[in-house]
Design a protein. Sequence first.
Length: 267
Amino acid sequence: MSALSPKAFQSVTQLFRRVSGIQLGEAKHALVTGRLQRLAQEAGETDLNAYVDRIVGGHAPAEEMTRVIDRLTTNETYFFREPQHFNHLAEHLEHHPPQGEFQVWSAASSSGEEAYSVAMLLADLLGEAPWRVTGTDLSTAVVEQARRGLYTMERARMVPPDYLKRFCLKGQGEQAGQLLVARALRARVHFTQANLMQPLPDDLPMFDVIFLRNVLIYFDNDAKAEIVRRVLGHLKPDGLLYTGHAESLSTLKLPVRALATAIHVHA
């Protein structure tokens, strides 16, 4: 398999940015090369740069472009990542019991660990009261993975032991070392594909809480502001917005008020 030329790297990353809004810099050259090499091999292509030319030139099937976007999207995560947000949400629910169905959106849900973490918390604190979690992601591949709810135990290292017992099934035999999110919990979590840089699905409801974490770091300030404004269009007045701890909204002139680091309320 040939090496990825600088010209091909620039072409494919520019295309990826137009589609996703995400900029992959030169530091990602090895990552992009490795992922595209596997895709080219799966497509029966021995020349990596010729494969990129087909993709960029629009001469490949639409499904192949979808596969490229899926493969270039980074999706490493785990359950109960950045636990301060889950602790804050638990305190919020204690002091502000929901009236009606409580809706939470995991707006960059990757393979679903964040959405299911929220669901475990809501099942614990709200029980059979009406609540629902929605997870969206750019990658169709990880959306399908999230719907299955099957993970390695390593991803569950932060899950409270009680939650593991109540909300997860431990794999046996060939499934040893894995867990499956319980069917009853999966039934209250809905996953769908969405690109935060484009108009959002028409059926997205208004949410009480939105998790928009560790996605804004990939964008410049203009794109960040555009994404957050689009997301806020689905956040109820006084609803909570959680962002990643390395992501700041302070210079973007948005209708949010900071409650604490990476915790905002819709103003």
